[in-house]
Design a protein around this ligand. Structure first.
Ligand SMILES: [Zn+2]
Length: 130
C-alpha cells in the first residue's frame, strides 16, 4: 500500500487530537494507493480501547468515493497506548475482506494490515510512504 507523507501526518494529527481515545477514519484511493482520508466518528462506548465507525460516515465516504472515481481501500484507527498491531477486538470485528487496516499510535508508528476474511487473520502489508 502506498500513502503520501502528508496523509500520514494528517492521520497522526487526528490521533493526537484525542490522545485518550481511539480515533478512526476511512481511506479512499485507487489501486493500493491512498489518496484521501475522511475522519469518522468513533461511536464505541469504550473509545479508550476500541472503535466503532459511524455508519453515516461510511456512507458519506462511499458517496465521496463515487464522486471522485475513487474506492474505499481501507480504514485507519489509532492505538493511543499501544503498538500499531491489531488487537484481539480488531480481529474479532474485522469484516471488510481485502481492505487495508492502517493502525497508528501517538508516536507516529504506523503499519498497514490486510484483512483476509477467509483465513480470519490480518497479514502485515508493506506500507510505502511517498
Ligand atoms: Zn485496534
Amino acid at each position: 500500500m502506498r500513502v503520501s507523507g502528508k496523509l500520514v501526518k494528517k492521520m497522526v494529527e487526528h490521533a493526537r487530537e484525542k490522545a485518550e481515545e481511539e480515533v478512526c477514519g476511512i481511506i479512499l484511493g485507487k489501486n493500493n494507493r491512498a489518496l484521501m482520508i475522511m475522519r469518522a466518528t468513533n461511536t464505541s462506548e469504550n473509545p479508550e480501547y476500541t472503535y466503532s465507525m459511524s455508519v453515516r460516515d461510511i456512507i458519506r465516504a462511499y458517496d465521496t468515493a463515487q464522486e471522485l472515481a475513487y474506492v474505499i481501500i481501507g480504514f485507519y484507527h489509532s492505538h493511543p497506548c499501544g503498538s500499531p498491531v491489531p488487537s484481539g477486538i480488531d480481529i474479532a470485528r474485522a469484516t471488510w475482506d481485502g481492505a487495508y487496516y492502517v493502525i497508528l499510535n501517538l508516536e507516529g508508528d504506523i503499519k498497514a494490515w490486510n484483512w483476509q476474511g477467509d483465513k480470519k487473520k490480518f497479514s502485515e502489508e508493506k506500507l510505502i510512504i511517498e
